[in-house]
Design a protein around this ligand. Structure first.
Ligand code: XBP
Ligand code: MG
Length: 260
């Protein structure tokens, strides 16, 4: 039986990457007097690396004009990441990025039903605060029983650490939970923690083939309001949006099919 929902942030709650983090990284490069810019396609490639600071270091490793020593690179990555996060917070506070379809509906429905909810993200806490202050409004934390961010889980997705911490803080078992994710790294992390997952495909990961793991339910849809949901490789529903009942059926149906 479903007891809790765990939300990813970037790409899942909102399309934050292309017009949010990417633009903010470019503003940080400019502020540091660097000629580096990440265009839309390049940033899509870089998203394979989870974590903004890690992404900067990965990019520097392939640049001839990056600092040579590891210490200097780390310093520069820290500076750029801080600047990027300030720009990002300004951007979302100005109302630049809204929640994806169905996100607010499902968060409010879970809160109303007394369902436990958590956030499990690779991004920094300040970025979550900025996004949810601007979209759900002040007091949004009241809807969540655990908020697990980069600061809490230094090993980034696909490592399952962030999900394991969320389960522990929620006080539930993995088999009682559904995660909502958008990226292959996020799906891997949830699966490695033993959690059933709904993938709501985001703009950067729309063309990826999402593969779950044996014995864990996986549903894939365009967004939470989508009427076509593919579950375990077959079209499971063409008439219903993702709601608490659908998530519960996902867990219960799977438990029943395992018994046969
Ligand atoms: C997405 C990420 C993050 C963001 C940038 O996290 O990988 O790195 O792109 O945020 P998730 P930071 O999908 O788990 O929410 O710069 O704070 O890392
Ligand atoms: Mg994501």
């Amino acid at each position: 039986m479903l007891r809790a929902l765990i939300w990813d942030v970037d790409g899942t709650l909102a399309e934050t990457e292309r017009d949010g983090h990417r633009v903010a990284f470019n503003e940080a490069f400019e502020a540091q007097g660097l000629p580096w810019r990440w265009d839309v396609a390049t940033y899509g490639e870089l998203l394979r690396v989870a974590g903004g600071r890690e992404r900067l270091l990965h990019d520097m490793a392939g640049r001839a004009d990056a600092p040579l020593s590891l210490a200097e690179r780390n310093d520069l990555a820290d500076r750029l990441h801080r600047l990027k996060n300030s720009s990002y917070a300004r951007l979302v506070a100005a109302g630049g990025i809204g929640l994806r379809p169905g996100v607010q509906r499902l968060i409010e429905a879970c809160a109303l039903a007394g369902m436990r909810q958590a956030i499990a993200t690779t991004t920094s806490r300040g970025n979550v605060d900025a996004l949810l202050d601007a979209t759900l409004g002040r007091g949004w934390e009241d809807r969540f029983d655990a908020i697990v961010c980069a600061e809490d889980a230094p090993a980034k997705k696909p490592d399952p650490l962030v999900y394991r911490i969320a389960l522990e803080r929620l006080g539930v078992e993995a088999c009682e939970v559904v995660a909502i994710e958008d990226s292959p790294n996020g799906l891997c992390a949830a699966c490695a923690a033993g959690i059933a997952t709904v993938v709501t495909q985001s703009e950067y990961f729309r063309d990826r083939a999402f593969a779950g793991v044996l014995d864990l339910p996986l549903a894939i849809c365009d967004d939470l309001d989508s009427l076509i949901i593919v579950s375990d490789g077959v079209i499971a529903s063409t008439a219903q949006r993702i709601d608490i009942a659908a998530l519960d059926r996902m867990l219960v149906g799977h438990a029943v099919s395992r018994r046969h």
